[in-house]
Design a protein around this ligand. Structure first.
Ligand SMILES: Nc1ncnc2c1ncn2[C@@H]1O[C@H](COP(=O)(O)OP(=O)(O)OP(=O)(O)O)[C@@H](O)[C@H]1O
Ligand SMILES: [Mg+2]
Length: 358
């Protein structure tokens, strides 16, 4: 391959051997046929042959090949670049074959990546739809079973009529909670949720959540404790309602996957511009293999599926992560099987109402 092939270079490389051939023929006539030719036939003829063939080659290459390639190149280049950024000078370059080749290569790589992304999205969408229908199927079939039994005479049986209706209601509540979680996720993903930032006390918020979940915790005799006694408010700057959802989901998990007589500890750490909140339980823990997956939508750990831990749909932590990331903050998890789990997330430090921070 000729490096940096330009029409001039190619025309020169074609005209040169032609001129040599002309000299070869003259030498043959001179030596073999013994016909002596004057010097100007050599010089003038050589020059003429070189000039004419150079010009001819140059013309053909330029007009019949390069112009066509230039057109293809222009099309590719225009497809790749947004119209506002297109540059005319691109089409005037000499080594246009190499340029076109590079452009085609990078264009192909871009397309390949695009196709890869689309394939991933497609698989994700399929998996998502499968998960949604799977999650909804269980309560729907339960409701169907209870209603059919009631219709088949169960309605008149005082032993089951009320309890079956209660179970039907539970299944309906379950469906409502799945649909609400899905709505939250889709609003978070489409960026529809406008965060309403305000300054608030995290201790206050955690206490509110604990009060609401006292009954669930009481059933398992789980105690709530703070990491230490905080005498001043722990102020953060965030969307209070969303953070309440985060803390609720984390504390619900801590209770759900906690062991009897266990405890849930909430601690706050001052990190200059941020407040780190940690929620630690003394529960079943999460295995090393499962740990990186817990924030995935619909992901439920092996243990939570096999044992009865309240039958979640695996959306709780996905929502938590979305909310924290919408605040441009981070959340992480560490855990030891059989010992417990800690979820830790950061929030921007808030202003103390009437004074310092923490
Ligand atoms: N504190 C925890 N201790 C042990 N395992 C946990 C804890 N929190 C979450 N997990 C594991 O991570 C999985 C995902 O949690 P996530 O909250 O997203 O879903 P879920 O609790 O199963 O259902 P949902 O919250 O939607 O009702 C759980 O199924 C469980 O296996
Ligand atoms: Mg959960």
């Amino acid at each position: 391959m000729i490096k940096d092939a330009s029409p001039k270079k190619l025309a020169f490389l074609s005209a040169f051997p032609l001129t040599l051939l002309y000299f070869g023929i003259l030498l043959f006539v001179d030596i073999v046929l013994q016909v002596k030719l004057p010097w100007f036939v050599y010089a003038g003829g050589g020059l003429l042959i070189f000039a004419v063939s150079f010009y001819l080659f140059y013309y053909i290459l330029n007009h019949f090949i390069y112009d066509k390639i230039r057109l293809i190149y222009k099309t590719i280049h225009d497809l790749k670049t947004p119209s506002s950024k297109r540059k005319k000078r691109f089409y005037r370059q000499d080594n246009i074959i190499d340029q076109a080749n590079n452009e085609v290569m990078s264009w192909a790589i871009d397309r390949e990546q695009e196709i890869e992304n689309l394939k991933k999205l497609e698989a994700y969408r399929r998996e998502f739809l499968g998960n949604v229908s799977h999650e909804l199927k269980t309560p729907i079939f339960n409701i169907q079973g209870y209603v059919l039994t009631l219709l088949d005479g169960g309605l008149d049986d005082p032993n089951i009529n009320r309890s079956y209706l209660l179970r039907t209601e539970q299944s309906i509540n379950r469906m409502i909670s799945i649909v609400e979680d899905l709505e939250t996720i889709s609003r978070l993903e489409s960026g529809e949720i406008d965060l309403k930032y305000c300054h608030f006390d995290m201790i206050d918020l955690v206490q509110e959540v604990i009060e609401l979940l006292e009954m669930e915790a009481g059933q398992k005799k789980i105690r709530f404790v703070f990491g230490r006694s905080y005498d001043a408010p722990v102020m953060v700057y965030a969307d209070r309602k969303q953070i309440q959802q985060v803390v609720t989901n984390l504390v619900v998990n801590a209770i759900k996957y906690g062991t009897e007589n266990g405890r849930v500890k909430v601690s706050f750490f001052d990190m200059d511009e941020h407040i780190l909140t940690e929620i630690t339980d003394s529960g079943i823990g999460i295995s090393r293999e499962e740990l990186p997956r817990v924030f995935e939508r619909f992901y439920r750990g092996e243990k939570s599926r096999s044992r009865n831990h309240g039958g979640g749909s695996g959306l709780g932590l996905a929502i938590v992560k979305h909310i924290i990331e919408a605040h441009a903050q981070t959340i992480n998890v560490r855990s030891t099987l059989g010992v417990g789990t800690t979820f830790a997330f950061t929030l921007k430090k808030g202003k103390q109402v009437g004074g310092g921070i923490m």
